[in-house]
Ligand binder design. Structure first.
Ligand SMILES: Cc1cc2nc3c(=O)[nH]c(=O)nc-3n(C[C@H](O)[C@H](O)[C@H](O)COP(=O)(O)OP(=O)(O)OC[C@H]3O[C@@H](n4cnc5c(N)ncnc54)[C@H](O)[C@@H]3O)c2cc1C
Length: 500
């Protein structure tokens, strides 16, 4: 799924980081041109649009000619329309396009898929294959960066300068490292799980983490590896007693799967052009409960220190206090989704605005090993209470006239789960910490708010070092994260060029 959050989600980035970041374009208006620039959106054929009710708003949401392809596949299962109508039965609006700043309601989301080949469009096809031949571009596989080469402090502010990286083969057999020197600057893009480890192993991070791992501190940056966020998710299970063609029937039937393969291979059509689904309901809190006022007063009363790790530095607490303020606004907004219910993948729910914060720190016993990833899902009890509101809507959804045509029978959690307490117990055992959208561990923001990066994506206190990946997001947006990473990367490219 290749979608975007609401304008409010990105405006919150400017709010939690402060005016300097807002003014540098870390908000919806500043990022929309980069969302557009990164992507080429191809409209579906008129017959596909009519068959499946595909709607989109090219003028408001697209118009760029970037190398990542976005499109709608020439196939949807009939159950998709039934479930979209079920959400409409509940009064959920269906905007033309969720990518133009209001990602709430039930709407279509394109795939990052090449409409000509009906294959995935991703960073390799979009950004590597076309330039791989360049003589000044070397992709070294089978190796990982262990840490940075940092020069001794110099200049007026006595800052360290990034001068390259140390790399090591990943096969585990050969642990000797090689130094690779940079000419202009170092750009870290190892992702939310591995970027903080590279910084921490280089002596850039929270004092307690570095001390525990016996790493000498070069730059104290309390936010590195903190502020870790993801969309927790879970599934209910329903048996649909009415027969409707769907992926399960296809994969269980040799004739159907053979025909689907033939269609895909010969015509680039049919069910194998569809990867999961292309629609979903994205709901603000007000759609799910009439207890918004008490939830918000509960949230406003929370102290930043209560549910963060006890080791959280005062600067991290300060940053989180700003996040809580923004989250009050986001939970109050009718244009900011709090839960996602993807259509086409069963009864799945993802929690888009978690209050709990995790950590990704190096292993103190073995700093070069894989990091310690602590999601800390549901450590803030309000997250559990909110998710109870989110999950209960499935019972209303499957009781709508549209959904009833599928003959749904709830298998899990089952009718024994009735009260809020029952739901809490069930959620605590069924929640999965990740919808594969980790963000936030080297976040934009001033050092005084636990931030790691300046508005130019440069690491505080280090010269010639930037981070460009999902770790830079200070608050997780209410969307699948890849298109936001591409938009951030396009903005980063401009920042790098501006620096000369
Ligand atoms: C299973 C799955 C499904 C997903 N589905 C969707 C979806 O449908 N829609 C969507 O929008 N998003 C989806 N996402 C999320 C999306 O993939 C991420 O948001 C995005 O890839 C993050 O980009 P990134 O550049 O931050 O990190 P990554 O894409 O993880 O890139 C980091 C790169 O750094 C490399 N690396 C790590 N450590 C080192 C090191 N020490 N040295 C050198 N290199 C290193 C890694 O190998 C990797 O290539 C999905 C993610 C997963 C895992």
């Amino acid at each position: 799924m290749f979608d975007r959050g609401s304008a409010a989600d990105y405006d919150a980035w400017g709010d939690v980081t402060g005016p300097q970041y807002h003014d540098a374009g870390w908000n919806w208006d500043g990022l929309l041109p980069y969302f557009k620039k990164s992507t080429t959106f191809t409209t579906p054929s008129a017959s596909d649009a009519e068959n499946y009710d595909y709607t989109y708003d090219v003028e408001a949401a697209y118009g760029g000619n970037g190398s990542v392809q976005a499109s709608y596949p020439p196939f949807q299962w009939p159950g998709e329309k039934v479930m979209r109508n079920a959400w409409k039965d509940l009064g959920v609006p269906s905007p033309k396009d969720g990518a133009a700043g209001d990602a709430t309601g039930v709407f279509w989301l394109p795939s990052s898929q090449d409409p000509k080949t009906q294959t995935r469009s991703y960073s390799r096809t979009a950004h590597y294959d076309g330039v791989a031949h360049r003589r000044n571009y070397h992709l070294l596989v089978g190796h990982k960066v262990t840490d940075l080469l940092l020069g001794e402090p110099s200049g007026e502010e006595a800052q360290h300068e990034a001068q390259g990286v140390r790399i090591q083969p990943v096969d585990g057999k050969n642990i000797s490292s090689v130094a690779v020197h940079s000419v202009r600057e170092v750009i870290l893009a190892a992702g939310t799980i591995h970027t903080p480890g590279i910084l921490q192993r280089s002596g850039i991070g929270p004092k307690d983490v570095l001390t525990a791992a016996n790493i000498s501190m070069k730059v104290e940056l309390p936010g590195v590896g903190q502020n870790f966020q993801d969309h927790a998710m879970t599934n209910l299970f329903y048996n649909m007693t009415t027969d409707l063609p769907g992926p399960t029937q296809m994969f269980m039937n040799q004739t159907l799967i053979k025909e689907a393969r033939r269609q895909y291979e010969q015509e680039r059509k049919g069910p194998l052009t569809l990867s999961g689904g292309n629609s979903g309901a994205f709901l603000p809190l007000s759609t799910l409960t009439n207890e918004t006022t008490s939830i918000l007063s509960n949230l406003s009363a929370q102290l930043p220190s209560t549910y963060l790790p006890s080791s959280a530095h005062p600067a991290v607490l300060e940053g989180y206090a700003h996040q809580l303020e923004s989250l009050v606004d986001l939970f109050s907004s009718k244009q900011a989704a709090v839960f996602e219910y993807p259509i086409g993948v069963g009864a799945m729910i993802a929690f888009l605005k978690p209050l709990s914060r995790g950590t990704v720190n190096i292993n103190p016993q073995n700093p070069t090993a894989e990091p310690h990833v602590n999601y800390r899902t549901f450590t803030n009890p309000l997250d559990v209470a909110l998710t109870v509101h989110g999950v209960k809507i499935f019972r209303r959804l499957y009781a709508t006239p549209s959904a009833k045509t599928l003959g749904p029978v709830e298998l899990s959690p089952g009718q024994a789960v009735k009260t809020n307490e029952d739901w809490v117990r069930w959620l605590k055992t069924s929640i999965s910490p990740s919808f594969y959208h980790p963000v936030g561990t080297a976040a934009l923001g001033p050092k005084s708010r636990g931030g790691v990066l300046g508005p130019d994506l440069k690491v505080h206190g280090v010269q010639k070092l930037r981070v460009v990946d999902a770790s830079i997001m200070p608050l997780i947006p209410g969307t699948h994260t890849s298109s936001t990473v591409y938009a951030v990367a396009e903005k980063a490219a401009d920042l790098i060029v501006q620096d000369g």
